[in-house]
Design a protein around this ligand. Structure first.
Ligand code: PLP
Length: 387
């Protein structure tokens, strides 16, 4: 036992050092990381450019608070706006905080239109975080059970089902927004039909609702575009991200466009740490490195390479229900529970994750090369073939 609250069923391995996609435990064993600390370490462990920025910024200025202008925050916001087509943004420290911000904007937007009990439509099997509002938005009873009373003002629909959103549009007068993940991550890399986001955009336009996309996991080039919604050619009113943006330094952001960008005024929201000089300097380096490495193209190419290997080697097996993915967000859904594979992979020197009990989830660092990708595929295929 130790003095940590037992909120995680932790695997008994302690990493002490990393380099690129590699991790080393306290016994000196080496592992290939196909999970990136849950999609965070996009540029790999101990990235030299990030280390340089961290060292330099720590000697210059760490924190001043948002009571003053923060030039690196302004620069980061401009850079993100130019990459995404969004207009302005609010910085926090995590995915849940970014989503809280989006939920607050949607509610205030409703109140400003005279809707006193604003309601946000959310999807089954979604994951939006562990704060009270975001766990209420989350479509997983395991995340909510025991924490009632939940927050009001959410209505739930099946994922990838435009019909049921249209149904709600006919029945309810107090809806202000639809909030979904463009690809559901925790649910096991669930990829909706190509027309899903476009359909939500159309409904939101027709109803005067805000379209909120949670790209905490799918953002930051994970799917081969800066944001996953960019594959669909739409622009949401609000989009949130966090995980890959700071390469391990906590940062989250809620970006807004159009009417949603005009909702907040002074005093409506805040964060002591959010967007401080340290996290913004690191995020700027992350974006510079993405650009320098042409990471979008690399992620698309390596992702397709991995997906085709998995399909060829596993697609025909009875135990495999589906192989799917976009960029380096890859899911292999099995016909039966497979959480034991995490430990088996670890013994072979590979870190993987299993989502929703039966779906192997891979989120390797975006910088993996073809040889490392092949190594991941070999080990995973080997494990699935022996089931
Ligand atoms: C991880 C995740 C969150 C929560 O992010 P935290 O930084 O853990 O608060 C929210 N939404 C999605 C889609 C996520 O994958």
């Amino acid at each position: 036992m130790n003095a940590i609250m037992p909120t995680y069923g932790r695997i008994d391995v302690a990493f002490v050092r990393g380099e690129g996609p590699w991790l080393y435990d306290d016994q000196g064993n080496r592992y290939l990381d196909a999970l990136s600390g849950l999609g965070v370490i996009a540029l790999g462990h101990a990235n030299p450019a990030i280390a340089k920025t961290l060292a330099a910024q720590s000697q210059q200025l760490l924190h001043t608070s948002n009571l003053y202008r923060i030039p690196s925050q302004e620069k980061l916001a401009e850079k993100l706006a130019s990459l995404t087509g969004m207009e302005n943004m609010f910085f926090g420290n995590s995915g849940a905080e970014a989503n809280e911000c989006a939920i607050k904007i949607a509610r205030l937007y409703g109140h400003q239109k005279g809707i006193v009990e604003p309601c946000i439509i959310v999807a089954d099997a979604s994951f939006h975080g562990r704060t009270m509002a975001t766990l209420t938005a989350t479509g997983n009873r395991k995340v909510q059970a025991g924490f009632e009373p939940l927050v009001g003002g959410f209505a739930r629909v099946p994922y990838n089902d435009l019909e049921s959103i249209e149904q709600i549009a006919k029945q309810m007068q107090n809806v202000v927004a639809v909030m979904v993940e463009p690809i559901q991550g925790e649910a096991g890399i669930q990829i909706p039909d190509e027309k899903y986001l476009i359909g939500i955009r159309e409904i939101c336009n027709a109803q005067g609702w805000l379209m909120i996309l949670d790209e905490v996991q799918s953002g930051n080039c994970r799917t081969g575009a800066y944001f996953c919604y960019q594959h669909s050619g739409i622009i949401p009113d609000l989009v949130t991200t966090a995980k890959g943006l700071g390469n391990g330094v906590p940062i989250g952001v809620c970006l807004a466009s159009g009417d949603a960008a005009q909702v907040f005024g002074p005093g409506n929201h805040g964060s002591t740490f959010g967007g401080n000089p340290l996290s913004c300097a690191v995020a700027l380096t992350v974006l510079d490195e993405f650009e320098r490495l042409d990471i979008d193209k690399q992620v698309t190419a390596i992702g397709e390479h991995m997906l085709s290997q998995f399909s060829q080697r596993l697609g025909h097996l009875n135990v495999v229900r589906e192989v799917r993915g976009k960029g380096l967000m890859i899911g292999i859904e099995l016909e039966r529970p497979c959480t034991d594979l995490v430990q088996k992979a670890l013994q072979k020197g590979l870190l993987i994750n299993v989502a929703a009990d039966s779906i192997i989830r891979l989120l390797p660092p975006l910088i993996i090369d073809e040889q490392q990708a092949d190594q991941i595929c070999d080990i995973v295929c080997g494990l699935v073939e022996t089931l």
